[in-house]
Design a protein around this ligand. Structure first.
Ligand code: CP
Ligand code: NVA
Length: 304
């Protein structure tokens, strides 16, 4: 049976912990220059409907470091769901490649790809979620805090794909997850409910960023207008004004609070230069860990 990586809650707590462990092991090997060609001779097709820096570069680099090869397919190449159906492309890629990674608009399309591919499909972001990012983020928290125990994690901003993945993670890993979103920009209530019903994390929604960051170990933010929402950017800039992660907001959290952002950041909007470049920021450790967690994911789903 092939295994996909589409959403964090598709994986058990034990499996997620194993990914963290493998990621740290592969990271150490990479730093020490120890060869780890666990995917020797294997290829990964990477389908992009949206732009990317980190996702493309980290997957491509990761495959190379694992002894394999990645193939970048630009938004103009495949025309997934338009030039050709997801099912047909899934069948074709399964004849060439050992795995598929896709960054798509509609989540249904990645589910369709996974359904029809006989090789593993890894989600590199959809409008609904961004699971590789969130596992890399939690790995970064583990490195900085030693563990996820008693973690108070505050997300400030749009209730978007990042938040859905945090909610999915909170179904498997206990945490106090506080979300500060302006009215009308909440995450999907069904995803909220499923996460709450799992009963392993405390999940709260706030309308005030100031209130939500009290006692936070981590403050996390993301762009106010995601890819595909560019037309709403001006309106959102007004709505989200009081949800900026700035020095004053950070000073309300724990003194050693860590600030995170999945990047790309719109400096001066959701986060100030002072915070991005300041002592609390771990955004570049976080960006680095995309590489290590994804190598662990690739080895787990594509390895022998
Ligand atoms: N964080 C992230 O996924 O970055 P890219 O959009 O640049 O891939
Ligand atoms: N919410 C953002 C995340 C980018 C990594 C987007 O979807 O554009």
């Amino acid at each position: 049976m092939k295994r996909d990586f589409i959403a964090i809650d598709d994986w058990t707590t034990e499996e997620i912990q194993a990914l963290f462990k493998l990621a740290l092991d592969l990271k150490e090997k990479q730093k020490q220059g120890i060869e780890h060609h666990l995917l020797k001779g294997k290829t990964l097709a990477m389908i992009f409907q949206k732009p990317s820096a980190r996702t493309r570069i980290s997957f491509e680099t990761g495959m190379y470091q694992l002894g394999g090869h990645a193939i970048y397919l630009a938004p103009t190449d495949i025309g997934l769901g338009k030039r050709e159906s997801a099912a047909d492309i899934a069948h074709v890629l399964s004849r060439y490649n050992d795995g598929v990674m896709a960054r798509l608009f509609g989540h249904d399309l990645i589910l369709d790809l996974a359904k029809h591919a006989s090789v593993p499909v890894v989600n590199g972001l959809t409008d609904y979620n961004h699971p590789c990012q969130v596992l890399g983020d939690l790995l970064t928290v583990i490195e900085h805090r030693g563990s996820l125990d008693d973690l108070t994690f505050t997300y400030v901003g749009d209730g978007n794909n990042m938040v859905h993945s945090f909610l999915n993670a909170a179904q498997r890993l206990p945490m106090h997850l506080k979300l500060a979103c302006p009215e009308g920009y909440d995450p999907d209530p069904a995803v909220m409910k499923t996460a709450k019903d799992a009963g392993i994390s405390t999940i709260e929604l706030f309308r005030s960023a100031e209130e939500a960051v009290q006692n936070a170990d981590v403050i996390y933010t993301d762009v106010w207008a995601s890819m595909g929402q560019e037309k709403e950017a001006a309106k959102r800039k007004k709505v989200f004004k009081s949800f900026q992660v700035n020095e004053a907001l950070v000073s309300l959290a724990k003194p050693d609070v860590k600030v995170m952002h999945c990047l790309p950041a719109h400096r001066g909007d959701e986060i100030t230069d002072g915070v991005m470049d300041g002592p609390h920021s771990i955004v570049f450790d976080e960006a680095e860990n995309r590489l290590h967690i994804q190598k662990a994911i690739l080895v787990t789903v594509m390895g022998n």
